[in-house]
Design a protein around this ligand. Structure first.
Ligand SMILES: Nc1ncnc2c1ncn2[C@@H]1O[C@H](COP(=O)(O)OP(=O)(O)OP(=O)(O)O)[C@@H](O)[C@H]1O
Ligand SMILES: O=C(O)C(=O)C[C@H](O)[C@H](O)CO
Length: 314
């Protein structure tokens, strides 16, 4: 039985270890905020379905095959014969400064349509996870997200939204018009402080902005603070967790990893303190390993980061 449904665009991802204009080696993998969360949850043993469109091409097969191999249900993946799978380039300038370029305009993923959701939604779930990236991709993906959220609300599922503002896709003002109302339909809103100000511009600090969202019906407002940790604002007050100290290799994907950890603990019925803790453990795994999702832990591996640095397990 599927516990979590998520939807969005996943792309072929090329990663270099320096300025791309110099040439050199690139590694090929898969990236996409929602599929990163799906993989993170699947590794922790949750049943997750990812819905999206890929092209009838090798990058599309890479996306589907990777998700299937990670134990994510891909029965809702549609193949669009007329458009290519999108591409993302990650150019690492230094360890924690990465430049992103998208080649996704008019991609198969940007043609996602509400009709693509019917089969998977009909199977039921406990949680729907969406991000602010999908509505930026075009009218079809936007309508798909809104339809999925309304379906989830009508069924009484928990809805989580990671605001994930991508300024290469749309400016903050355009994002605010769509994501502000969307955030108010979510039970859990996950955002950086800057993204919180996009979905709730009124208020002089995070506390005031989070309070407005709680008053509007959101149950948990989670603020990610990078290496400074994360906070949750909810009816009982504010709780904070420190980040887990690790060597930083590649920061992209930390937010998705955090969301996967947070939502995993929520699905397990754990209190908010444990949701924050598991989120920060997954965020640390993400920054300490290459790639968006490759280094994320299985459930058995969750305690690994509490071992002494430099430990060899024999
Ligand atoms: N340098 C770090 N060391 C340890 N943990 C980190 C570090 N950076 C981030 N994290 C963990 O990951 C979580 C999410 O990171 P961050 O706030 O950078 O998300 P984000 O900006 O959404 O990331 P991205 O968009 O790159 O995926 C943090 O709350 C923290 O728990
Ligand atoms: O930026 C996007 O649209 C992505 O989904 C690609 C990456 O996987 C993402 O930036 C990490 O959250």
């Amino acid at each position: 039985m599927i516990e979590v449904i998520t939807l969005g665009e996943s792309m072929a991802a090329l990663r270099g270890q320096g300025p791309m204009r110099l040439g050199g080696e690139l590694s090929l993998s898969v990236a996409g905020a929602e599929s990163n969360v799906a993989i993170g949850l699947a590794r922790l043993g949750h049943q997750v379905s990812w819905i999206g469109r890929v092209g009838a091409d090798q990058p599309g097969e890479l996306v589907t095959r990777t998700l299937r191999a990670e134990g994510v249900d891909v029965s809702g993946v549609a193949v669009d014969a007329d458009r290519p799978t999108g591409l993302i380039l990650f150019e690492k300038r230094v360890a924690d400064l990465i430049r992103v370029r998208y080649y996704r305009t008019d991609s198969a993923g940007s043609r996602l349509h509400p009709d693509d959701l019917a089969g998977v939604l009909a199977g039921g779930a406990r949680l729907l996870h969406v991000t602010g990236i999908t509505p930026a991709l075009g009218p079809g993906p936007r309508a798909a997200v809104l339809a999925a959220v309304e379906h989830a609300k009508a069924q009484g599922w928990t809805v989580s939204l990671d605001v994930n503002h991508r300024s290469l896709l749309w400016p903050a003002e355009a994002a605010a018009e769509v994501l502000g109302p969307l955030a108010r339909r979510a039970d859990v809103v996950i955002a950086s402080p800057e993204e919180l100000a996009i979905v709730e511009p009124e208020g002089y600090d995070d506390l005031a902005r989070a309070d407005h969202l709680l008053t509007a019906g959101v149950a948990e407002v989670v603020v990610k603070l990078g290496a400074d940790g994360a906070r949750v604002h909810h009816a009982a007050g504010v709780e904070q967790v420190e980040s887990v100290r690790v060597p930083v290799l590649d920061t992209v994907g930390a937010g998705d990893a955090f969301s996967a950890g947070y939502l995993s603990a929520l699905l397990d019925g754990e209190p908010t303190s444990e949701r924050l803790r598991r989120g920060s453990v997954l965020g640390a795994f993400a920054v300490a390993s290459h790639g968006d999702w490759e280094g994320l832990p299985t459930r058995e591996e969750l305690p690994l980061l509490s071992l002494e640095p430099g430990t060899t397990l024999r």
